[in-house]
Design a protein. Structure first.
Length: 486
């Protein structure tokens, strides 16, 4: 049996919390509030995110248990293998790779978009062509690529550097959100009267809220980066669940604060209907002046940096785990001689992400929208695996090495399964308020076809590896053993 490559244990608890929170927030909290309010109204957005956060916490119960029992790189890839075997592990890993890589690319694109608002004369240089109504400029590609290259270097240098940077970025981002909300709240021209009506007049409150709940897998994707780095914890894996919960709570608060601040600053219906490139920045500038925009831009930059950093970390660890299990080429699990990081996986993630800005932001959002499906599938596998492990009681099917008697956790795992299926339904069922557009469905179909082709080409290789060796490569143990501690 081959020697199993492992990663260094360098990540501290507050760094892991920052990876989860910073990855969850990204750019959306600062750029999208006016778009969300146009869809659901201020109260609809806040209630939708609160419900979405609660559903994520239910799903996080299964994550917390599996991270504690199996603290290995790969996360949902490993959990799908435990619950349903090699084929489903591949499916989970395939969709997650796409979802994570798209979010890296979108954050890099958001960095260029920030410059388009703050320094339009700089960004709008070297016009190249138009894709789906979006003008592609050479300077936009250069800025996005530069940001990706910088974070590629930081990640290759090691988990300690990227983890500590993530915490600093998150701290600055939180301070920025609090300052913006506070200063707008005390401004004489702001007020709760601007928040009216709390729901759009053209749809019911329930439809408005559901349209936001449906994007929860996208809005909170990032807490599931925690299992991707579990192998690098320098603390007990039993703390992972608490770190995830705290990250989700902070994420809900940041989303709600930014929506409330944007709505209080000016009548939200007027702002949402005005078609501003960046509605939140417009109202902040009108209310607080240049200093307000500076605070907002700094907070946005930190959100973008945490998204870039967090998802480069998680994507590279997922590729590392899949490579270690022989699902993809061995080069992806090769470690840097000096820094002991999966540098080829990091470089691959960044290079693929550098391709995206060439296709324009609108085309990229189609792919990102459908990547919510992949993230939700990963949630399903995690909750299903936890549900299969938990038992209501010691019955004829109970096995002390494979099961844990935990009826309450089994109930929550079941709720997680139902929530995941519900999210998929909202995204895939025609007539749903969050039904994917035709472009996103085409992108999803293309990715599925590519996955089938790749799987069939590697299927025989997977089958040749004995079960004990596969267990060892993915989990570090020749047998899947789950000790009942209750």
């Amino acid at each position: 049996m081959q020697e199993r490559t492992t990663l260094k244990r360098t990540l501290k608890p507050h760094w892991v919390w920052a990876i989860a929170l910073g990855s969850s927030i990204g750019w959306g909290a600062f750029v999208q509030p006016t778009n969300w309010m146009e869809t659901a109204g201020p109260l609809g957005v806040m209630i939708g995110f609160a419900i979405g956060g609660l559903l994520m916490m239910i799903i996080a119960i299964s994550y917390g248990f599996l991270i504690k029992k199996f603290p290995v790189s790969g996360g949902e890839f490993a959990y799908a293998y435990i619950g349903l075997g090699r084929t489903h592990a591949f499916i989970s890993g395939w969709f997650l790779t796409l979802g994570y890589t798209c979010i890296v690319a979108l954050n890099a694109s958001a960095f260029a978009l920030m410059f388009k608002y703050v320094f339009p004369t700089i960004l709008e240089n070297f016009y190249m062509y138009e894709v789906a109504g979006w003008d592609v400029y050479g300077m936009e590609i250069i800025l996005a690529s530069l940001a990706l290259a910088i974070f590629c270097y930081f990640n290759i240098r090691g988990g300690s550097l990227s983890g500590s940077m993530q915490f600093v970025f998150v701290a600055i981002m939180i301070v920025g959100v609090v300052l913006i909300t506070f200063f707008i709240g005390i401004n004489p021209g702001s007020g709760m009267e601007n928040v009216q009506p709390v729901f759009p007049t053209d749809k019911t409150a329930i439809a408005a809220i559901l349209s936001i709940v449906a994007i929860a897998p996208w809005a909170f994707v990032g807490f599931d980066n925690v299992p991707q780095v579990a192998e690098e914890f320098n603390f007990s894996s039993s703390k992972a669940f608490r770190l995830i919960i705290f990250a989700i709570i902070f994420a809900v608060a940041i989303y709600c604060f930014m929506v409330l601040a944007t709505a209080m600053a000016a009548p939200w219906e007027d702002v949402a209907g005005a078609g501003h490139l960046w509605g939140t920045a417009h109202v902040v500038e009108q209310t607080l002046g240049t200093m307000g925009v500076v605070i907002l831009v700094i907070a946005l930059a930190m959100g973008i940096f945490t998204g870039l950093n967090g998802f480069i970390i998680s994507t590279s660890r997922l590729l590392f785990a899949m490579s270690r299990a022989k699902f993809i080429p061995a080069a992806f699990s090769k470690l840097h001689d000096k820094y002991k990081t999966p540098y080829i996986s990091i470089i691959f993630t960044v290079v693929i992400s550098m391709v995206a800005p060439w296709f324009g932001r609108q085309a990229l959002t189609w792919v990102v929208d459908m990547s919510s499906v992949g993230v939700t599938i990963a949630y399903f596998y995690t909750c299903f695996t936890a549900y299969a492990i938990f038992r209501w009681k010691k019955d004829s099917h109970y096995n002390s090495s494979k099961h844990v008697v935990a009826p309450m956790k089994k109930f929550f795992a079941l709720l997680g399964v139902i929530s995941s299926i519900s999210f998929l339904g909202l995204l895939l069922i025609p007539g749903s308020p969050a039904f994917l557009g035709i472009q996103s469905r085409i992108a999803l179909a293309v990715w599925i076809v590519l996955g089938i082709i790749f799987y069939l080409s590697k299927h025989r290789d997977y089958k040749k590896i004995p079960e004990k060796e596969m267990n060892y490569l993915i989990l570090g143990e020749e047998k899947i053993v789950i000790k009942d501690e209750d």
